[in-house]
Design a binder for this molecule. Structure first.
Ligand SMILES: Nc1nc2c(ncn2[C@@H]2O[C@H](COP(=O)(O)OP(=O)(O)OP(=O)(O)O)[C@@H](O)[C@H]2O)c(=O)[nH]1
Ligand SMILES: [Mg+2]
Length: 419
């Protein structure tokens, strides 16, 4: 009898554990849906706010639930009780309103807005969902294929290189690959072989000479070219570093609630491509913090969406619009000068003077940065926002320390000034 009873108990235990796992999966799915659906209603900001308020209840409890779940890998019956108590908690009702802030991440395309948010999620222990990780994996693969195409176009149409026969054959085959063949082993073999040619790598290392052209590689292209063998594997899933380095353009407004220093940051990641910036005003209502992100390293680059137009000048123009917007008269504006790592390296090869003739400094990091900073602060005067109120930070969005130090400062300053 004894052994039979314990078997039954075991069965009951595993049944309850399975049920819990199912509940968690269901909750996660509904969190994602609520995240996505909130983005779709971008046109009507008021109704958007209302809907988000309703969803906040669910989303908040799941955020904290996921966080705890990280530490409870095994769904034992003890954790069953613990999880039940977590699920029954009505957190949002107890959360004082002052603990929630609305933060906008604004800036031109590829300035680093999404990367900063990804990194904030990392140091606040907010996990990437499976769906997100798969999206990033696909983006990495897409980055590699589009960078290969760009590199070849650059070689053929800008540099007009006549490749030798064997490389030429590979290039021709790559160029003829259709959309449906993009996930085949053959394409990855081609990419790998093409990248291994010294001529191709030489072009890559001179990419800064073509910043003004229409051929743009993504940052960290080299990292992924060197990992093609791993990336092409069906079971490949990117790690945090790879997730931070990939470029997945933001097409629609993405709102996420991140629990940071016991406060809830409703973070809005806004799309930076010119035609998508019309979406921005739909979330301008009741903003606490505007984080305007500038990629310092793009001082010599032209826009993807408009060759010949300088990215930094475009950014200055957009910053001026933000500073003159009546929506932000009483909002704290933060200027985040990002991509300091690339900026430092680029200054050793490219003169700031060649893109900004009014600059007469010595191309040192300090001089170049002070020049760019003053240009942005001058825009705030044009826009009538008090320049003394603008907080300035230098940051490298790929670096956990840099991002966590910066955002801890921003958070401390904000909440200290509130008290
Ligand atoms: N080396 C380096 N790369 C960075 C840094 N910040 C961002 N990147 C890379 O730049 C690329 C673009 O970054 P995103 O964060 O996606 O840019 P975004 O501003 O969200 O761009 P949109 O969504 O198009 O508006 C990604 O490949 C990032 O890995 C940085 O500080 N240093
Ligand atoms: Mg983005």
């Amino acid at each position: 009898m004894g052994p039979k009873l314990s078997k039954k108990k075991k069965k009951q235990k595993s049944y309850r554990a399975k049920k819990l796992k199912k509940t968690i999966k269901r909750k996660r799915r509904s969190t994602l849906t609520s995240k996505k659906s909130s983005h779709q209603n971008k046109k009507n900001s008021k109704s958007n706010e209302k809907k988000n308020k309703k969803k906040k209840k669910r989303t908040n409890s799941f955020t904290s639930f996921d966080f705890k779940n990280k530490e409870t890998n095994d769904l034992t019956l003890e954790s069953d009780r613990f999880l039940q108590s977590l699920l029954s908690q009505e957190q949002p009702r107890n959360t004082p309103k002052k603990h929630q802030i609305k933060v906008l991440f604004l800036g031109c395309a590829e300035s680093g807005k999404s990367t900063l948010i990804k990194n904030i999620k990392c140091f606040t222990s907010t996990q990437f969902s499976n769906e997100e990780t798969i999206e990033f994996r696909d983006a990495i693969r897409e980055n590699v294929l589009s960078n290969t195409g760009t590199l070849l176009s650059l070689a053929q149409f800008e540099l007009k290189i006549n490749f030798e026969n064997d490389l030429l054959e590979l290039i021709e085959e790559f160029n003829q690959i259709t959309q449906s063949q993009k996930s085949t082993n053959r394409i990855w073999a081609l990419v790998q072989k093409i990248w291994e040619y010294q001529e191709i790598q030489l072009i890559y290392y001179q990419k800064h000479k073509f910043s003004k052209s229409k051929y743009h590689l993504t940052e960290s292209a080299e990292v992924f070219f060197n990992k093609v063998r791993t990336i092409k594997q069906p079971e490949f899933l990117p790690n945090t570093e790879e997730i931070l380095k990939c470029y997945l353009p933001t097409a629609h407004i993405v709102m996420e609630e991140i629990v940071f220093n016991e406060h809830i940051w409703k973070s809005y990641d806004l799309p930076g491509m010119r035609e998508d910036r019309k979406q921005w005003p739909s979330v301008y209502n009741a903003v606490n913090l505007v984080c305007f992100v500038v990629a310092l390293s793009e001082f010599d680059m032209s826009l993807r969406e408009s060759t010949g137009e300088n990215r930094l000048r475009d950014s200055l123009n957009e910053f001026s619009n933000i500073c003159s917007s009546p929506w932000f008269t009483n909002t704290q504006i933060i200027l985040l000068f990002n991509k300091t790592d690339i900026f430092k390296k680029k200054l050793q090869k490219v003169e700031l003077h060649s893109s900004f003739p009014e600059y007469n400094g010595d191309n040192s990091y300090h001089d170049a940065f002070e020049f760019i900073k003053s240009k942005f602060l001058d825009e705030s005067i044009v826009g009538s926002y008090d320049r003394k109120r603008i907080q300035i930070y230098l940051v490298n969005a790929l670096d956990l320390n840099s991002v966590s130090t910066t955002f801890n400062h921003i958070s401390d300053n904000f909440f200290n000034s509130e008290n």
